[in-house]
Design a protein around this ligand. Structure first.
Ligand code: UD1
Ligand code: CA
Length: 475
C-alpha cells in the first residue's frame, strides 16, 4: 500500500543555522463575516492554521512561533495539544512587520527565520525547501514571489532594468505603472534573525495604511547591498491567501484537485476527480476505483481492487481487498474484510468489524459488532453490540434489541445460525451454532444449537367473523 500524504523531512545540513518558523495569524479576518477566527475556518475539515502547522512541522524546525491576536484564546485552545508551539500575542494589528516583531524576542540571533501566514494554507513543503536553499546557508535573504494574471490587492515586486529586486510596493501605495506589475509578493520570506531584528526596529508606518510593513525590509536589504534571492512559486494556487468565503471555497477546490491528482498518481481510478473529497491520510492498493461524490476522511485504507460507489462517506476505515461498497454507504470507525459486498445504503458505525466475504445490504446498520466470514445481513436490520459467527443468515427486518433503556447488552449468534425475518433478539441473549429462529420471533432466552426455536403467537383463523359495517349496531 502506498501512502499519499507523504512528505520527506527537510534535512538541515550541518552548515545551515537552526530554523525558526514564525506564522503570522493575528489578523481579524473581517471579510469572513464570521464569529470564528479566520485561522480556525475549516479547510478540508481542519482549521486553516492546522494546515500551516503541518507544513511547518514537515520542515523539522528548531522552533515554531505563532503570532495570534483576534480570537487569540480560542486559537490557542484549539491547538493546546501542540505543546511545542510558542505563542505571541499581538494585541493591536499594526502591520505584518509589527506582528513579526512580537515573536523575535523568542528567537536567537543565530537562527534564520522563515515567515509563514495562518491564512496561506496550500504552500508545498518542496517550495519552502527550495526557498531555504536559495537563501543559501550563510545568512542569505530569500523571498517567495508569484506571477498572477490578476495581481489586484497584492504587494508588487519592483525590479530595476537589469531585473534586480529593488523593493516591494503595496497595492495601496503603488502608482499606476507599478500596479501593472504581475509579479507579486507572497509574504513568505527567509532571513537571518539578527538582520530582521535590526531592520524591524527601523520600520516606520509612513504609508497609505499607517502600518509597519514587513515588506519594507526588502528595500533595506537592497540598500545595504545584501543580495535578496527570489523564487517564483511554480504554481500560483499554492500562494492563495484566504480572506473571504469565496477564497475559502477556492482553496477547498484546489485542495480537492491536489488530493485527487495524488490518488490518480497512485493508480486510483476516479470517475470524476472534481467530485471527490479527500482529507487526512489515505492509503490505497492497486486498481482501486472511486465513483462520484465519495468523501474519504482519513485515516482510510483501501486495499487492492476496492470499489467505492457513488455518494459513499468513509472516515477512519479499513476496507479489504476486492470489497465493493455500493452507492450511499456511510462507514465510520470500521474494519471491513476482503471480498465483501456492502450496500447500497448500509451504515457501519464505530467498532464494526466485518469479516471476509460478508454481504451487508440496504438499510442495514452495524455497530460495535463482529460479523464472521461469509455471513449475510441483507435487508433492514440493526446489529448492535453483537458477535455474529460465520455463515450466519440474518433475515430481513431482524434486529438486536441491545438497549434496555439503561445498559447496552450483548447478543451472541453462533456459526451458521439462521435468523428468520422480522425477529427481535432481546439482549442479553445467545443463539447457538446452527440454530434456526422462526420468522417473527421475539427471542428472550437462549436458542439452543441446531434446533428450530419459535417465539410467536400461534396463527388462528376466526370462522364466521364479519367486518364491522358503517352505521352498524354499536356493541
Ligand atoms: C501582505 C503583504 C503583501 C502580500 C500579501 C500576500 C505586507 C505589508 N503586505 O498584504 O505584500 O502581497 O500579504 O498575501 O506584508 N497579520 C498579523 N498582524 C498584523 C497584520 C497582519 O498577524 O498586524 C497577519 C494576518 O493575520 C495575515 C498576514 O499577516 O495572516 C497578512 O496580513 P494582511 O493584512 O492580510 O496583509 P495583506 O494586505 O494581504
Ligand atoms: Ca491577506
Amino acid at each position: 500500500m502506498s501512502k499519499t500524504a507523504r512528505r520527506a523531512p527537510f534535512r538541515a545540513t550541518p552548515a545551515s543555522p537552526p530554523l525558526s518558523i514564525v506564522i503570522l495569524a493575528a489578523g481579524q479576518g473581517r471579510r469572513m463575516r464570521s464569529d470564528i477566527p479566520k485561522v480556525l475556518q475549516p479547510l478540508a475539515g481542519a482549521p486553516l492554521l492546522a494546515h500551516v502547522l503541518e507544513l511547518a512541522a514537515s520542515l523539522v524546525p528548531a522552533a515554531t512561533h505563532v503570532v495570534h491576536g483576534h480570537g487569540g484564546e480560542a486559537v490557542r485552545e484549539r491547538f493546546a495539544q501542540a505543546t511545542t508551539l510558542q505563542w505571541w500575542r499581538q494585541s493591536e494589528q499594526r502591520g505584518t512587520g509589527h506582528a513579526l516583531l512580537q515573536a523575535l524576542p523568542g528567537i536567537p540571533d543565530t537562527h534564520r527565520v522563515l515567515v509563514l501566514y495562518g491564512d496561506v494554507p496550500l504552500l508545498r513543503g518542496e517550495t519552502l525547501r527550495s526557498l531555504l536553499e536559495s537563501a543559501g546557508r550563510h545568512g542569505g535573504v530569500a523571498l517567495l514571489t508569484a506571477l498572477l494574471d490578476d495581481p489586484e490587492g497584492y504587494g508588487r515586486i519592483v525590479r530595476d532594468a537589469r531585473g534586480q529586486l529593488r523593493r516591494i510596493v503595496e497595492q495601496r501605495d503603488a502608482g499606476a505603472r507599478e500596479r501593472r506589475i504581475r509579479e507579486v509578493n507572497t509574504g513568505v520570506l527567509v532571513a537571518p534573525a539578527r538582520l530582521l531584528r535590526a531592520w524591524l526596529a527601523r520600520l516606520s508606518p509612513e504609508n497609505a495604511q499607517g502600518e509597519y510593513y514587513l515588506t519594507d525590509v526588502v528595500a533595506m536589504a537592497v540598500r545595504q547591498r545584501r543580495s535578496v534571492a527570489t523564487l517564483t512559486a511554480a504554481d500560483a494556487t499554492e500562494v492563495l491567501g484566504v480572506n473571504d468565503k469565496l477564497q475559502l471555497a477556492e482553496a477547498e477546490a484546489e485542495y480537492r484537485r491536489r488530493r485527487a491528482r495524488q490518488l490518480m498518481a497512485h493508480g486510483v481510478t476516479l470517475i470524476d476527480p472534481a467530485r471527490i473529497d479527500l482529507r487526512g491520510a489515505i492509503s490505497v492498493g492497486r486498481d482501486v476505483l472511486l465513483d462520484a461524490n465519495v468523501v474519504l476522511e482519513g485515516p482510510v485504507e483501501l486495499a487492492d481492487g476496492v470499489r467505492i460507489g457513488a455518494n459513499c462517506v468513509l472516515s477512519n476505515a479499513q476496507i479489504g481487498a476486492r470489497t465493493v461498497l455500493h452507492p450511499n454507504c456511510v462507514v465510520q470507525g470500521v474494519r471491513v474484510g476482503s471480498d465483501c459486498q456492502v450496500g447500497p445504503f448500509t451504515r457501519l458505525r464505530p467498532q464494526a468489524d466485518v469479516g471476509d466475504g460478508v454481504h451487508l445490504g440496504n438499510f442495514v446498520e452495524i455497530k460495535n459488532s463482529r460479523i464472521g466470514a461469509g455471513s449475510k445481513v441483507n435487508h433492514l436490520s440493526y446489529i448492535g453490540d453483537s458477535t455474529v459467527g460465520r455463515d450466519v443468515n440474518v433475515g430481513a427486518g431482524s434486529i438486536t434489541c441491545n438497549y434496555d433503556g439503561m445498559n447496552k447488552l450483548r447478543t451472541d449468534i453462533g456459526d451458521a445460525a439462521f435468523i428468520g425475518s422480522g425477529s427481535m433478539l432481546v439482549a442479553p441473549v445467545k443463539i447457538g451454532d446452527g440454530a434456526t429462529i422462526g420468522a417473527g420471533s421475539t427471542i428472550t432466552s437462549e436458542a439452543p444449537a441446531g434446533k428450530l426455536t419459535l417465539a410467536r403467537a400461534r396463527q388462528v383463523t376466526i370462522e364466521h367473523w364479519q367486518r364491522p359495517r358503517k352505521g352498524g349496531r354499536k356493541s
